[in-house]
Design a protein around this ligand. Structure first.
Ligand code: C2E
Ligand code: MG
Ligand code: MG
Length: 285
C-alpha cells in the first residue's frame, strides 16, 4: 500500500522480497541516523561561488555529509529525505546553520574574504512556523551578520505550499538574511508567486547548464532564466559549471555568479582554507 501511495496513488503494487529488504534497510538507516545525531557524525563541505566575469570567490555553499562508521561518507541525497520524514531535519538543520555561520566567522578572523555563506533549507524546515525564530537565534548566538547569510530553498518546496512559504520567507527576509531559489527551472514555478517571493537570487539548475553546447533547447532555457532574473532585478548563479564553454555561455548572457567543478569541488573547511590562501586558478576561456 505504501509503495502504491509513493508511486502517486491510484495504482497497485505487487509484493516482492526487495520491498521487505528496502524496508529493513530504511529502518536500519533510521536508527543509525538517530545515533548519528547523538554522536555528531555530520560534517560540512563547502563549495565556492565565484563572480563572473572576474572568477573571484565571493561565497561558499554549505553541503552536508554523513560520516557513517560503516558506510563511509554518505551524500545528502541519501539521508536528507529520511531526515525530513523522521523530523530529524529540525535538530540537524539547526546544527548545520550554526556550524556554517561559525565557519564563516572563522574564515573572516583568519583574514579570508568570504562575503556570504549559503545554507540549504529543506521543505520540512520551511513548514516549521518557528523557522524565522530559529534563524534569528542562530544569528544572535553565533554573531554572524544577517546580511552574510543566504538561505537556499528549492523551487519545488516553495510551490508545494506557496502561501505558507511566502509568509515564512518574508519573516526571514525581514531579519536581513538573503534568499535564493535553488534548482530553478525544475519545479513548476508559478510566475505569479515568483513575483511575490522576497528573493534575491535564482540558481539556474545544473541540468540546463549541462545542455550548453549539447542541446539548443537547454541553452534557450538557460538564456531565458537569466533574462527573466535580470528583468526582476535578481542575482543569477549558474550551478554545475564544469567546462570553460559553459562558463563562457552563461557569462556572455549576463549571469553574474557561478558555481561548479570547473572552479572547485565541494571540500571540507580545511581544504577551502587552503584554496582561499592559494587563490583558485580558473582555466582561461
Ligand atoms: P544543491 O543545493 O543543488 O547543491 C549542489 C549539488 O551539486 C551538490 O551536491 C554539489 O556537489 C553538486 N555540484 C556542484 N557543482 C557541480 C558540478 O559542476 N558538477 C556536478 N556533477 N555536480 C556539482 P551534493 O553535495 O551531493 O548535494 C545534493 C543536494 O543535497 C543539494 O543540492 C541540496 O539540495 C541537498 N543538500 C546538501 N546539503 C544540504 C543541507 O545542509 N541541508 C539540506 N536541507 N539539503 C542539503
Ligand atoms: Mg543548494
Ligand atoms: Mg542546486
Amino acid at each position: 500500500m505504501y509503495k502504491a501511495k509513493e508511486e502517486g496513488k491510484n495504482c497497485y503494487q505487487v509484493y516482492s522480497s526487495e520491498l521487505t529488504e528496502a524496508a529493513i534497510e530504511k529502518v536500519q538507516l533510521e536508527s543509525d541516523l538517530r545515533r548519528a545525531v547523538e554522536r555528531n557524525e555530520f560534517i560540512l563541505y563547502y563549495q565556492p561561488q565565484v563572480t563572473l566575469p572576474a572568477g573571484k570567490i565571493v561565497a561558499m555553499e554549505t553541503l552536508v555529509r554523513w560520516q557513517h562508521p560503516d558506510l563511509g561518507l554518505v551524500p545528502p541525497d541519501k539521508f536528507i529525505p529520511l531526515c525530513e520524514e523522521t523530523g530529524l531535519i529540525v535538530p540537524i538543520g539547526e546544527w548545520i546553520l550554526t556550524a556554517a555561520c561559525e565557519q564563516l566567522l572563522t574564515w573572516r578572523k583568519q583574514g579570508m574574504g568570504v562575503r556570504r555563506i549559503a545554507v540549504n533549507l529543506s521543505g520540512h524546515q520551511i513548514q516549521q512556523k518557528n523557522l524565522p525564530e530559529m534563524v534569528e537565534k542562530v544569528l544572535l548566538e553565533t554573531g554572524c551578520p544577517s546580511g552574510s547569510l543566504e538561505l537556499e530553498i528549492t523551487e519545488g518546496f516553495i510551490m508545494q505550499h506557496p502561501e505558507q512559504a511566502i509568509s515564512v520567507l518574508q519573516q526571514i527576509r525581514k531579519l536581513g538574511v538573503e534568499l535564493s531559489i535553488d534548482d530553478f527551472g525544475t519545479g513548476h514555478s508559478s510566475l505569479n508567486y515568483l513575483k511575490r517571493l522576497p528573493i534575491n537570487r535564482l540558481k539556474v539548475d545544473r541540468s540546463f547548464v549541462w545542455d550548453i553546447g549539447e542541446n539548443p533547447d537547454g541553452e534557450a532555457i538557460t538564456r531565458a532564466i537569466i533574462a527573466m532574473g535580470q528583468s526582476l532585478n535578481l542575482n543569477i548563479t549558474a550551478e554545475g559549471i564544469e567546462t570553460p564553454e559553459q562558463r563562457e555561455f552563461v557569462e556572455s548572457h549576463g549571469c553574474n555568479e557561478a558555481q561548479g567543478f570547473l572552479f572547485s569541488r565541494p571540500l571540507p573547511a580545511e581544504g577551502i582554507s587552503e584554496l582561499l590562501e592559494r587563490g583558485i586558478s580558473i582555466p582561461e576561456i
